[in-house]
Design a protein around this ligand. Structure first.
Ligand code: FMN
Length: 179
């Protein structure tokens, strides 16, 4: 296993892939990293749909509008679709626990990052896709009403590694003791 900081810094959003399948063992490891994600009171509200069918990938692609990941949706050998059950994360006995409401986006964000970092560690490229018609995807994939589709993550062996986009300096966002 590589150095964690190298993996964190080396992960890029990859939108072009080689014409090469992902080995089942790699996919299994990526899905195992989902299992071990932390979540609100260990509620694990996630569901993952593995899309390999070219026709379904095309239908999913059509839900993206002006998105730089549009080609990636069909070029990638695998697209993981990350869904979450509503009113679980951040809830206790059906009552919302904090003023921030449903924490499913937070938990699924961690899941998405686990997927991307594990994929990077295996030499695979990913891009988290959040800009699409979420309701259309729900219909295409038969996702039940009490779940939401949050991200789609195309993945494959990188054909092109872009430069890292600039990051804010630590001094721009670190606060000592008060904001
Ligand atoms: C929640 C979320 C949604 C995103 N949605 C999209 C998207 O719809 N299309 C896309 O091409 N990239 C998307 N990205 C990727 C970002 O553009 C990318 O992470 C950012 O520019 C930094 O680049 P890097 O990932 O290579 O470090 C998304 C990233 C996140 C975390």
């Amino acid at each position: 296993m590589g150095d964690l900081m190298d993996i964190i810094k080396g992960r890029r959003s990859i939108r072009k892939y080689e014409d090469r399948e992902i080995p089942q063992e790699s996919l299994d490891q990526i899905l195992e990293s989902v299992r071990w994600a932390p979540s609100w009171a260990n509620t694990q509200c996630w569901e993952v749909i593995i899309v390999k069918d070219p026709d379904i990938k095309e239908r999913l692609q059509a839900t993206l509008i002006k998105n730089p990941a549009t080609k990636a949706m069909v070029q990638a050998p695998v697209v993981l679709v990350i869904c979450g059950k509503m009113k679980v994360s951040g809830y206790y006995k059906g009552q919302v626990e904090t003023e921030l409401g449903d924490w499913f986006m937070f938990d699924l964000g961690i899941v998405s990052q686990n997927i991307c970092l594990t994929a990077t560690n295996l030499g695979l490229g990913t891009v988290i896709v959040g800009l699409f018609d979420h309701n259309k995807v729900k219909v295409i994939l038969g996702v039940p009403d009490d779940y939401e589709v949050v991200t789609m993550i195309p993945m494959g062996y990188p054909a092109k590694e872009p430069e890292a986009p600039k990051r804010r300096e630590m001094s721009e966002f670190i606060h000592l003791n008060r904001f």
